[in-house]
Design a protein. Sequence first.
Lengths: 116, 118
Amino acid sequence: DGGITQSPKYLFRKEGQNVTLSCEQNLNHDAMYWYRQDPGQGLRLIYYSQIVNDFQKGDIAEGYSVSREKKESFPLTVTSAQKNPTAFYLCASSPGLAGVLYNEQFFGPGTRLTVL
Amino acid sequence: AQSVAQPEDQVNVAEGNPLTVKCTYSVSGNPYLFWYVQYPNRGLQFLLKYITGDNLVKGSYGFEAEFNKSQTSFHLKKPSALVSDSALYFCAVSPSVHGSGNTGKLIFGQGTTLQVKP
């Protein structure tokens, strides 16, 4: 899992609540990513950030929000607008912008979110 | 549309036998291709990647992959499987589209579960 930490490992949410998932990296990577994993569907990109104070929507951004105030941190908020938030959430990072296309991504251990 | 396909949901192999996990892709331009492995309730671990050059790429834990441009495939292989190789394997592609839209976004296949039996 390298130098990326995610917390908490397990998270339970009541319907109508917002929750924030933490992602921190000490790899000095510029780019950071949030993925959602559902059984049999692979990974789908929620949001990504290539530089501090800038981020873009991925394929399934609706109902999610992010911030990138520090290089090492990229928290994800799952809002009450996300209709089916129960999933395994993975954060990843990769090195500088010059190699963004071919540098491998380093993944955190994941957070499993369950809506009660 | 750009996509990655892993045609087998599960691959079963006996320990000591060779294994192959299949991956095909459809992207514009020259692809950058990756294989990752995931153990239960863990993040993904990088195994290997193809950027350019030799079509046979060697990676971690004895795995290798062969890039075949004409067949748009990037199959993962290992000469002798171990029980500890049992895990979920993902193929991914980063389209080499240059310009302001560069993102480093990875397109993932749906994953293949590898089961190695003693």
